[in-house]
Design a protein. Structure first.
Length: 94
């Protein structure tokens, strides 16, 4: 489980990048471990190219996060039945 415990994760504008990358770069390197069964909870995610990347992952939960000013708030392509999303505030994303 990823729980912010009161801390924020932010990036300087212009640096971009992915905040939380559950695919773990497996699209380019299949030898990387597949990340599954992760809970992302209570995290402030601001100013990233992607707030949470959940492409082709399984059984993950995204609960009570604040995701703002990102290129994409949550990208869950290829994971329509396996990502549980509840009580998130997703604002001002492209």
């Amino acid at each position: 489980m990823l729980d912010s415990a009161g801390y924020d994760l932010q990036v300087n504008k212009g640096e971009g990048g992915k905040e939380i990358d559950l695919p773990n770069g497996r699209g380019k390197d299949k030898s990387r471990i597949k990340i599954v069964n992760v809970t992302i909870k209570n995290i402030l995610i601001v100013d990233f190219s992607r707030g949470i990347e959940c492409v082709n992952t399984n059984n993950n939960a995204i609960i009570s996060n604040y995701i703002a000013d990102c290129g994409k708030g949550i990208n869950r392509a290829g994971s329509p039945k396996n990502v549980f999303i509840q009580n998130n505030m997703i604002v001002n994303n492209s």
